[in-house]
Design a protein around this ligand. Structure first.
Ligand SMILES: [Zn+2]
Length: 271
């Protein structure tokens, strides 16, 4: 199990996604990940992606992958790049999705604690809209991803349940009306807080996330042969066990800070 903090930062993801799509990153984004940039260039043969699908599970820690690699099998088999990263402090959801989709540190994007205000600095979504791209976020209305990127001229599909989120995401992939599809899922996080990171309920939700990512990946292969699609399995932060069989995160410790993103390019197979 990793006890050191992963050297590479979550701040590098936003500009990497912009690079994949061939658009200017938002104003405060850190430099992209050299590993992702090299992979994108090679996988698309120097071309750019015209579609991006991000599956964002909440609180899936790097140490879970180290301890239970078999539970991640379908994510691994649908990824070419495994990218160890450290998240931002405090290691909570709005702080880190704020960083993932601005490329900026919490002091710059403005969310520095567990609070869900609308982010006012330039975000990935503003950059997408400037470039003429059509993004959509799928989430539940009260979660961080359902709140902090609102008030942009884009679509938000806010659902009552995670199954509804996944069903609507599947419909969106079939209809192919959006360039960028962001699918947030908080099921592992909420189970983990109540029953601990390694309870059968939590690990069941972890499997649900892995299989959902695999299913959306298969949908992209099946439906989007005419697109260059870049896909990510990208969590916000990790978690740790606390007394009373419960779970938590937010601390400056490797269990909470270290995450493992996975990415794959699907170059067009149809002319
Ligand atoms: Zn979270």
């Amino acid at each position: 199990m990793p006890t050191e903090i992963n050297p590479n930062s979550l701040e590098s993801i936003c500009a990497s996604l912009a690079y994949a799509l061939g658009i200017e990153p938002p104003a405060h984004a850190a430099a992209p990940s050299p590993e992702l940039v090299a992979y994108i260039d090679e996988a698309f043969g120097g071309k750019k992606a015209d579609r991006l699908v991000m599956y964002n599970p909440d609180a899936v820690a790097h140490w879970l992958y180290e301890k239970y690699p078999g539970l991640f099998a379908e994510a691994v088999s649908h990824a070419d790049v495994q990218l160890p990263l450290h998240c931002m402090m405090p290691s909570v959801t709005p702080v880190n999705f704020g960083t993932m989709y601005t490329g900026a540190a919490p002091a710059v994007h403005g969310i520095q604690k567990y609070a869900k205000p609308v982010i006012r600095i330039d975000t990935f979504f503003d950059a997408l809209l400037r470039a003429g791209k059509k993004p959509v976020i799928l989430a539940v209305p009260t979660c961080s991803m359902g709140m902090i990127f609102r008030e942009r001229e884009m679509d938000y599909v806010l659902c009552k349940t995670w199954d509804e989120v996944n069903a609507k995401a599947a419909k969106i992939l079939v209809e192919d009306q959006y360039d960028v599809v962001i699918i947030y899922n908080g099921n592992y996080d909420s189970r983990m807080h109540k029953t601990g990171p390694e309870s059968i309920e939590s690990l069941g939700e972890l499997r649900h996330n892995v299989r959902a990512f695999a299913m959306f990946s298969e949908m992209v292969k099946e439906l989007w042969g005419h697109h260059n699609t870049f896909m990510g399995f990208a969590m916000d932060h990790g978690c740790h066990e606390i007394d009373g069989g419960a779970g938590a995160h937010g601390l400056d410790m490797s269990e909470d800070i270290n995450i493992l993103h996975m990415y794959k390019a699907y170059p067009a197979t149809e002319v």
